[in-house]
Design a protein around this ligand. Structure first.
Ligand SMILES: C[S@@+](CC[C@H](N)C(=O)[O-])C[C@H]1O[C@@H](n2cnc3c(N)ncnc32)[C@H](O)[C@@H]1O
Length: 282
């Protein structure tokens, strides 16, 4: 735990002193390939991999299973599947800057909007990818097609749960509202982000004929200076130009970032829904 918090402190220091990218599309990770993009993936791994490991392990993947990791990011899940569960992993991403092959993991530079890799796969995992894709339902249907009989599909995506719980100063409440408004405009559904998708994935899995469908919904509590606020600080830096372009004032953005580092600050930013389902064997 201490190692984790030291890592977060170091990342926090880096996040606060680095800014070198902007984003023009609805991909919160458009900075991937930059320092901030790499930090974002490192934070995601530290924050979410333990939950993802628990979810994947609960599916009791068979020995020598064939895995597909979609939008693999820095490859931490692909590595976990190969090293932790055994089997072979095909890890695909449209940006492989942070993705290196490791024992049991093949890396392919690929945009799934051009079609998904051919299976059959015993387990397909996509975390924080489909909600940001314009053609998410088409990609979803293709992923279902590539499942082996009995194979699992695991989708994890974010929904919006923005709520400021403790403001360091009363005036911060208005700044939080203005920042949140700007962030919604920046990532509004019309530019392809769908923050309702995470909670609909369960219905989509039933509709696709998957069996044993289950979903769990987590809402992390973020504290000032903690790992989740580091993550949101990182997003505010990656998307600075887009946020300012919505009319958000520079002084509000600066105060928002300071607020995120205040140890008194507490908020919920978004929810995470993990949805699992398997292809019937007959
Ligand atoms: C927010 S990151 C999540 C990374 C990783 N799944 C995780 O949870 O740590 C989204 C990832 O999906 C990748 N991605 C986005 N659109 C993609 C596409 N159309 N085809 C393949 N990869 C894509 C991005 O390059 C990025 O690595």
């Amino acid at each position: 735990m201490r190692t984790c918090s030291l890592l977060m402190e170091r990342l926090m220091a880096n996040v606060l002193t680095t800014r070198n990218c902007t984003a023009d599309q609805c991909d919160l990770s458009d900075g991937i390939g930059t320092d901030l993009g790499t930090q974002q993936l490192t934070l995601l791994s530290a924050l979410l991999d333990p939950t993802t490991r628990t979810v994947l392990r609960s599916l009791q993947p068979k020995e020598n299973a064939r895995y597909l990791e979609v939008g693999a990011g820095n490859g931490s899940i692909a590595e976990m599947m190969a090293a932790g569960f055994g089997g072979s992993v095909l890890a695909v991403d449209k940006d492989v800057t942070n993705l290196v092959a490791s024992p049991g993991v093949d890396v392919v530079h690929h945009d799934v909007l051009n079609g998904v890799p051919i299976g059959p796969f015993d387990l397909i995992h996509a975390r924080l990818v489909l909600a940001h894709l314009p053609a998410r339902r088409r990609v979803f249907a293709q992923l279902v097609e590539q499942l082996a009989p009995g194979g699992w599909l695991v989708i994890a995506d974010v929904g919006v749960a923005a709520e400021l719980l403790v403001a360091p100063e009363e005036s911060d409440r208005a700044i939080w509202r203005r920042y949140t408004h700007a962030a919604y405009q920046r990532f509004r559904p019309e530019v392809d982000c769908d923050y309702g998708w995470a909670d609909r994935a369960e219905v989509e899995m039933f509709g696709a004929g998957l069996a044993d469908v289950a979903a769990q919904h987590l809402v992390p509590l973020a504290r000032g200076g903690g790992p989740w606020t580091s993550y949101h600080l990182n997003l505010s830096l990656q998307n600075e130009d887009g946020l300012l372009a919505t009319g958000l004032r520079r002084e509000d953005l600066d105060r928002y970032r300071t607020m995120l580092t205040d140890p008194e600050f507490r908020a919920r930013f978004f929810s995470l829904t993990y949805t699992t389902g398997r292809k019937p064997t007959a």
